[in-house]
Design a protein around this ligand. Structure first.
Ligand SMILES: C[S@@+](CC[C@H](N)C(=O)[O-])C[C@H]1O[C@@H](n2cnc3c(N)ncnc32)[C@H](O)[C@@H]1O
Length: 298
């Protein structure tokens, strides 16, 4: 499962996801709020970096967090227990394309930095829609590496980013997916689609952002594919290392870095005749935190 996941599951990658979520919390989550008791399905929860935000986004929120990686789920569970004690989270190891969950049993679906890794994000979004109750909402957050603009400019740095984009594409993903989030949601059958760009801009006036986002999130992610880029013959060691050095330079005094995330929200259409309503409890997840009800039970 997920043999093609380009970022891998190392401790460095887990830390990068933490940095990313911490630094971007306000930018991405200032408007994430759920009605009390909402049933939320988080798909591709990774190490729980977003799960902790979701658990705090509404009173008594009940989350089902899914990932294909057992190790990531373990880390996510530890993190949520430490940071949001009492959070109601059920952990489910499964492929998002084959979720053992009943139709119409969630008020909200949350997907962050996952579609970019899927060979067919449209099929995934379309299939996941049935898990929402009619009128339920979805939030999808994705980046777009084409939005990286920086100073000092460097053709080596731009080439390094381009190599990461090509490698992700060779694994079936799309590191430029942010720009097509709106069309994807509409084509997948969601209604009331709204996409907003969330821009990160780091310079000398924002040293925490330059460190936390530019260096520890973005550059770290590009840097991590060095061996794959060399093995694929995309570049030479000298050119790659120069590109990474130039990218790091943008996080130091005098440098600037710009990147845009896209946050899309939409709803599952309400249909007459009660179609799509939640009628049965979902399959039992592998484990649960606290005394949470099974997803699908009111
Ligand atoms: C970049 S991480 C994002 C994690 C988290 N959403 C965040 O924002 O920190 C992508 C996650 O999606 C998971 N994933 C990728 N393909 C999947 C699939 N087919 N089924 C379930 N999880 C998947 C990976 O295991 C990984 O944990």
């Amino acid at each position: 499962m997920n043999t093609g996941y380009v970022h891998g599951y190392s401790a460095v990658e887990a830390r990068r996801l933490d940095d990313q979520a911490g630094v971007l919390a306000d930018l991405l989550h200032s408007d994430t709020a759920f009605a009390p008791g909402s049933r939320v399905l988080e798909v591709g929860c990774g190490v729980g970096a977003q799960t902790v935000r979701l658990a705090q986004a509404g009173q008594g929120v009940r989350i089902t967090a899914v990932d294909s990686s057992a190790r990531s789920l373990e880390l996510a569970r530890e993190r949520v227990a430490a940071e949001v004690p009492g959070a109601q989270v059920e952990w489910l190891q499964a492929d998002l394309h084959q979720l053992p969950l009943a139709e119409g049993c969630f008020d909200h679906l949350f997907i962050c930095f996952v579609l970019e890794h899927l060979p067919d994000p449209l099929a995934a979004l379309t299939a996941l829609r049935r898990l929402l109750r009619p009128g339920g909402s979805v939030t999808v957050i994705e980046g777009d590496h084409g939005s990286a603009v920086f100073h000092p400019d460097s053709r080596y740095a731009r080439a390094a980013i381009g190599h990461q984009v090509r490698l992700q594409s060779a694994h079936g993903g799309d590191a430029l997916i942010g720009r097509r989030l709106g069309p994807l949601l509409r084509e997948a059958g969601y209604r009331r689609v709204v996409v907003t760009p969330r821009t990160v801009y780091a310079d000398d006036g924002r040293p925490a952002l330059a460190r936390g986002f530019t260096r520890n999130t973005f550059v770290a992610m590009i840097e991590a594919v060095r061996e794959k880029a060399l093995a694929a013959g995309l570049t030479t060691a000298a050119d790659w290392d120069r590109g990474i050095a130039d990218l790091r330079r943008t996080a130091r005094p005098g440098g600037t870095f710009h990147y845009t995330f896209f946050k899309g929200t939409a709803v599952r259409q309400v249909v007459s005749g009660g179609l799509g309503q939640c009628h049965r409890p979902a399959a039992q997840p592998l484990s649960r935190g606290r005394s949470a009800a099974a997803p699908g039970r009111r």
